[in-house]
Design a protein around this ligand. Sequence first.
Ligand SMILES: NC(=O)c1ccc[n+]([C@@H]2O[C@H](COP(=O)([O-])OP(=O)(O)OC[C@H]3O[C@@H](n4cnc5c(N)ncnc54)[C@H](O)[C@@H]3O)[C@@H](O)[C@H]2O)c1
Length: 261
Amino acid sequence: MPARDLSGFDLSGKTAIVTGAASGIGAATSIALSAAGADVCCADVDVDRLKETVDAINEAGGRAVATRCDVSDESDVAELVAFSERSLGPLDIMINNAGTVDTAPGPVHQADTADWRRLVSVNLDGVFFGCREALKVMFPRGRGRIINTASVWGLVGSSTVAPMSAYNATKGAVVNLTRELALQYAKHGITVNALCPGPVHTRLGGVYDVPEIKELFVAQTPMGRVASPEEMVGGYLYLASDAASFITGTALSVDGGWTAA
Ligand SMILES: NC(=O)c1ccc[n+]([C@@H]2O[C@H](COP(=O)([O-])OP(=O)(O)OC[C@H]3O[C@@H](n4cnc5c(N)ncnc54)[C@H](O)[C@@H]3O)[C@@H](O)[C@H]2O)c1
């Protein structure tokens, strides 16, 4: 590509799936993928809010479809990929973004097994199912982009803000699952990367609606503030694009300096 040719950033003609697309980072990323030219299949358990994302895209002249999908249910995820291909054509970009947080943060000796299992099933099983079902259709075609939403708390511990054993464990596992899948498919035209957000003001667990907790995040972030969901989308668009053709297995921190400290 000549140095001044920026066409590698253009996603026209591509199709993408985004899970957790009803809210926060997934909604912003779905809208941005469309603005960059992609057709987007938006998935979430919250079908009412999901409609808002899809309506925003379609009203702006983009092309989006919506489907209910619980990422912790492997048959839902298999049907998600099938629905996306039926609706929009061959899948180019899979963004495994749906996630949740520990219900009652606290030291691990007080942790609840049911909450641990819920986190593992959504945050880790969900990413595994999403990668597997996407790779089933990408591998025979020899092309594809997978981006998994991890967290800075997949790279460092969280107890400077809140003790969340299950969240940290699942996000760390997503980072290393990403690296391993990157190696498995590196010679097959498919890249697999993770994006590790720092604090982003979304609905996640309601934590940013509690002023004292939000202040803790602000105090811990070298930039002295939390991000908006829109500040995450550049990373997803880049990793989804041809401009990132030589990047695989990376965990890209978009964190206001959190992991530099
Ligand atoms: N907000 C942050 O500070 C932050 C930081 C690091 C990582 N993340 C990660 O970013 C991702 C998106 O979170 P967000 O901050 O936008 O939160 P959010 O709550 O605004 O959005 C998460 C979405 O995931 C959906 N979801 C939850 N469980 C699901 C399931 N089983 N199947 C399908 N959809 C499901 C929710 O309905 C919601 O729409 C998550 O993986 C989260 O862990 C967020």
